[in-house]
Design a protein around this ligand. Sequence first.
Ligand code: PBG
Length: 334
Amino acid sequence: MPPVPPSTRLRRLRRTPALRALVAETQLVVEDLILPCFVREDLGEPAPILSLPGVVQHSRASLVRQARELVDLGVPAMVLFGIPTQRDASGSGAYDPDGIVQVALRDLRDAIGDDLVLIADLCLDEYTDHGHCGLLDEHGEVMNDATLELYARTAQVQAAAGADIVAPSGMMDGQVAAIREGLDSAGFHQTAILAYAAKYASSFYGPFREAVDVTIAGGGNRRGYQQDYANAREALREVALDIAEGADMVMVKPALAYLDIIERVRQRVDLPLSAYQVSGEYAMICAAAERGWIDREAAMLETLLAIKRAGADQILTYFAVEVAQILHTGTIWR
Ligand code: PBG
């Protein structure tokens, strides 16, 4: 028998879509998906977000409709961001029991019971008039420890309003411990914490800031508290600290430019690991696809599977509804 060229040996199992599906190492399933949603106070009709085509600022009523669609599709979770009418220096809308997220959580719980996991993003930046994630001192620097108290209060009102999980995204040191203590002292032992553990100061958050109408005062940035993208080992320290402080799940954010971080965290951590395909990642695919330069659906599926292949268990993605609809049409055969 003539020798078989090695290349043919590998290619045998790539010959047809069915063969490729049979030997695929990674699958994307509906249960992996978490949809980020925006809800805006005093909004009559959902308002489109120009930088995120297909994504809207929800009214309270349209948010409930969105939640029902997720339940019908089998998407297990949403993460909620609020846009208040009034902003102030201390971000009081975040921890007001009648703030927009708390009101929306109660609406959702009443409408859909436990059929959807409700995750509340926990941060002050959507509620402060300066756009930073915490309280500022007289020099305009974010004060870490004073901010922690407000995070703990926010966690309590979010839990009281029905959040299953609170997700601190402000990157203050000690935030997970402060929030766990705040929850436990108010009797919310069952409320879990998804820590934005490794969150980088990223240009890919651009469209999100339009979605929540946030501009950082004086052209500022978050590099003083979010991570420097030059650092990978530092992410492991952030994750280890958050776990020691009581995180139930950890997140890496953004996703696509940080697949190495996802992989490294996965190797060391047994907790559920989430990755956030952020607004800029979504917007890039939309924009290139609109110009006909890339195939939207193919790029969506490729990036999401890459994030899973790197080691993520759950993916926060603005594509959640679209990808769930595709997954329901049957097996994805590449
Ligand atoms: C902060 C927060 C941000 C995002 C989620 N939570 C913005 C930021 O850190 O500036 C970005 C999410 C996205 O870009 O999709 N509360």
